[in-house]
Design a protein around this ligand. Structure first.
Ligand code: NAD
Ligand code: IPM
Ligand code: MN
Length: 347
């Protein structure tokens, strides 16, 4: 099986390297890895954040292991050349619309959460985030108002088919867990959200076994820190899901802990930590690689049909944490490579 590794920028290569070590240790020579250029690294080497060769590699692969993109040197480029376009372009080109972001507290990390340990302990949820639409992909641009002021705009929209297919993933995910689905929107203000809510309610007729609720996104942000244990599966749009998942990460201890899988309708997947390229700590061996290592476990489970190997990686991460493995974000001093070593030793 061919794995496209796309390390990208900043800490992307550092964390990806550790995940590849772990994948090799659990799968022997089952996987072939082929590396591609993405993000600022690709722009600097090849003039484009998502070169045709990388897109081709991604299409040919059985699964993609993605690090992170984003480079302050590139922030002034025209938008279509910025590193972030690589991840947006991959999601769109491969139809990767269902971004699953599980947030669960490893009990050993209760002290690392920004919440009181007894509140943090309850977090065990999955955010199902739509990643092919919303304000991310609507018409955008700059113009002048009638009185000559500069104005920027980004159009938010979802059609009913887009909502239904992600809502279905939400219902199915809930069915495989505790049977609760919370759809998060801003239907009190946004027409996009009203349509979202209507479509979710229509689809719920097919899922009488699922307990469906709806919540406005501002309340959801508050509820996530008040009592994260009330959520089982959250389904939401691209923008709200982006924001709420970073927030959920701190309930679970660190943004360096949260993995993700982004799937298309044929279950081809892109696997990446939810965090970015972290330019503030890049190149210093301070990055926590566990989110990426846990993303590789999701890859084994969702794209490669290797659930036992996925379980082994997750158990090894828990064992490494129980043994005291802590990078700086978790209050420790271990380097990125030492965190990888700890997981390998636990395996
Ligand atoms: P970020 O997630 O890169 O970093 C936010 C903070 O969290 C930083 O202080 C960073 O040091 C810390 N952090 C992140 N990952 C960590 C890890 N594994 N271990 C320890 N600490 C970690 O978000 P940002 O600073 O807003 O963005 C930086 C760049 O990354 C931007 O260019 C942004 O567009 C990009 N970005 C890319 C992705 C992606 O590739 N999918 C995701 C988010 C942000
Ligand atoms: C993420 C990131 C991306 C997003 C950016 C880098 C385009 O924040 O993967 O969470 O907003 O989807
Ligand atoms: Mn994000």
């Amino acid at each position: 099986m061919l794995i496209a590794t796309l390390p990208g920028d900043g800490i992307g290569p550092e964390v990806t390297e550790q995940a590849v070590r772990v994948l090799k240790a659990v799968t022997g020579d089952l996987l072939t890895f082929e590396q591609g250029l993405v993000g600022g690294a690709a722009y600097k080497a090849a003039g484009h954040p998502l070169p045709e060769a990388t897109l081709d590699l991604a299409r040919r692969s059985d699964a993609i292991l993605f690090g992170a993109v984003g480079d302050p040197d590139c922030d002034a480029l025209e938008r279509h050349l910025r590193p972030e376009q690589a991840i947006l372009g991959l999601r769109k080109a491969l139809g990767l619309f269902a971004n699953l972001r599980p947030a669960k507290l490893f009990p050993e990390l209760a002290d690392a959460s920004a919440l009181r340990p007894e509140v943090a302990a309850s977090i065990d949820l999955v955010i199902v985030r739509e990643t092919n639409g919303d304000v991310y992909f609507g018409e955008k641009g700059h113009r002048k108002t009638a009185d000559g002021l500069r104005e920027g705009y980004d159009v938010m929209s979802y059609n009913e088919a887009e909502v239904a297919r992600i809502a279905r993933v939400g219902f199915e995910t809930a069915r495989a867990r505790r049977g609760k689905l919370c759809s998060i929107d801003k239907a009190n203000v946004l027409e996009t959200s009203q349509l979202w809510r209507d479509v979710v309610i229509e689809l719920s007729a097919e899922y009488p076994d699922i307990e469906l609720s709806h919540m406005y996104v501002d309340n959801a942000a508050m509820q996530l820190v008040r009592n994260p244990g009330q959520f089982d599966v959250i389904v939401t749009g691209n923008l709200f899901g982006d924001i709420l998942s970073d927030q959920a990460s701190m309930c679970a201890g660190s943004i360096g802990m949260l993995p993700s899988a982004t799937l298309n309708s044929s279950n081809q997947g892109l696997y990446e930590p939810i965090h970015g390229s972290a330019p503030d700590i890049a190149g210093q061996g301070k990055a926590n690689p566990l989110a990426t290592i846990l993303s590789s476990a999701m890859m084994l489970r969702y794209s490669l049909g290797k659930p036992d190997e996925a379980d082994r990686i997750e158990a090894a991460v828990a064992k490494a944490l129980a043994g005291g493995a802590r990078s700086p974000d978790l209050g420790g001093t271990m380097t990125t490579a030492q965190m990888g070593d700890a997981v390998l030793a636990a395996l």
